[in-house]
Ligand binder design. Structure first.
Ligand code: 5AD
Ligand code: SF4
Length: 437
């Protein structure tokens, strides 16, 4: 009889890819994927704790499985990811949800197979959270679900300790994969027909720092020189390590998308200092200037936080001004979320929720207006998109241009994974609509 798995993912692209690795492990064990969690013999929750709402979301969803588990006693429920790795959270989960069978952290994904067989043989819950051992494990094969794009990790962990951020505590110190392993994986992906590779790391610009391996720009150059038509993207770049050398590599390599995610977080120097970002707004703007000099049409996207402790109206206005100066093509805006264990969690001067809410609304309105204005400039032009998917609700295919702009269009045949020229007929905020030419 067929056995089924269901993986629920919370959080970032890093987690999306980690879920593909979990799916890889489960498929090696003979499980098949299923759409509905009710049909699963094993349900895995790949959690995130970067902000409180991601955490609450996971807790809520796990709680909802109590009834299902009571009716389906052999079902295995496993919880992994950043949340379980956070101090005390695994115990917390165990107390709240005694029906959970397996709890594992971010450093022992590769042992999931052992945990499942242990649970099946001993009939007892398995809980193991390991500390970061500083190693990179190469043996996990992902079952990829995002064709034509493939995610490829280049670094794990983070050394930056931005004062608001839990990531360095739950993902451990920064470590880089060997460039030959990354190149081998990229070559295989291109040979398999993947058309876009997105390199992943908390701070890709510090790739292989302190080792004799390639620098990040050298790595990009090497990957871009693999034969075949494909696109290369990367995320995330920490502004402090974003170099002119990298900008020049983007400028001369047509396979590297002219689209850089460069999180600024705030436009206020005192907030940036309190965040331990290690750049000023002027230094950030200088990096943007260099980027625009070499790659004039480069799209720049960012992350922004409002309501960091002690953020004043003046600080917030500085963020608005920086957003206007740079002209981001899109941005993720977040309300600061207090994370236990971080330096900022101990700071006085928490900003009232109503103030943060008003600020985020104003910020989102500004970002959206900029995005809309940029989309409108596309109307009447032809863009090359890589078709990513079919939107059944709209009855349209969707693709993305190298700048990250999404375009919807009609096609009689399945064109997923194809590069197509689209004549843009209209712009609707963040996305475009057009026809294949
Ligand atoms: N509160 C709000 N946003 C946060 N981020 C990280 N930690 C927090 C937090 N505690 C945001 C940052 C980062 C993105 C991935 O998540 O903007 O760039
Ligand atoms: Fe968190 Fe800063 Fe590291 Fe990004 S660079 S993961 S925001 S600590």
């Amino acid at each position: 009889m067929d056995k089924f798995y269901h993986v629920t993912t919370y959080g970032c692209q890093m987690n999306v890819h980690e879920s593909e690795k979990i799916a890889g492990i489960l498929s090696e064990l003979g499980y098949k994927s299923c759409e509905r969690i009710e049909d699963a013999d094993i349900a895995v929750f790949n959690t995130c704790c970067i902000r409180e709402n991601a955490e609450n979301h996971a807790f809520g969803n796990i709680g909802m499985l109590k009834k299902l588990k009571a009716a389906k006693r052999d079902m295995i429920i496993a919880v992994g990811g950043c949340l379980t790795q956070q101090m005390g959270k695994a115990e917390n989960l165990r107390e709240k949800f005694p029906f959970v069978d397996i709890i594992f952290g971010t450093h022992n994904l590769g042992k999931l197979k052992d945990y499942i067989s242990k649970k099946q043989s001993d009939k007892k819950a398995v809980i193991e959270i390991l500390d970061d051992d500083g190693k990179v494990y190469e043996e996990r094969k992902a079952l990829r679900t995002s064709y034509p794009n493939a995610w490829v990790n280049i670094t794990y962990g983070c050394n930056n300790f931005c004062t608001y951020c839990i990531v360095p505590y739950v993902r451990g110190r920064e470590r880089s994969r060997r460039s030959e392993d990354i190149l081998k994986e990229c070559r295989e992906l291109i040979a398999l027909g993947y058309k876009e590779i997105t390199l992943l790391g908390q701070n890709v610009n510090s790739y292989a720092n302190g080792t004799d391996d390639l620098t990040f720009p050298e790595l990009l150059n090497k990957i871009a020189s693999i034969e075949g038509k494909f696109r290369l993207r990367f995320m995330t770049s920490h502004p402090k390590d974003f170099s002119e050398e990298l900008v020049k590599v983007i400028a001369v390599n047509p396979k590297i998308c002219k689209c850089v995610h460069l999180p600024v977080q705030s436009g206020s120097d005192s907030v940036l200092k309190a965040m331990n970002r290690r750049y000023t707004s002027a230094e950030y703007l200088k990096k943007v200037e260099v980027l625009k000099k070499y790659v004039p049409d480069c799209a720049i996207t960012t992350d922004l936080i409002v309501g960091f402790p002690n953020e004043t109206d003046e600080d917030f206005n500085a963020t608005l001004n920086l957003v206007k100066t740079v002209g981001f093509s899109s941005a993720f805006s977040f309300v600061y979320s207090k994370r236990d264990g971080t330096v900022a969690a101990k700071m006085d001067g928490q900003v009232p929720t109503a103030v943060s809410k008003a600020r985020i609304m104003e910020l989102i309105a500004l970002v959206n207006a900029q995005t809309r204005a940029q989309s409108e400039k596309y109307v009447g032009k032809t863009v090359e998109v890589l078709c990513e998917d079919y939107d059944a609700k709209k009855g349209l295919y969707l693709g993305r241009d190298e700048y990250g702009r999404m375009a919807y269009f009609k096609s009689e045949k399945d064109v997923t994974g194809e590069f197509l020229n689209i004549f843009v007929e209209s712009a609707n905020g963040i996305s475009l609509t057009g026809k294949i030419v």
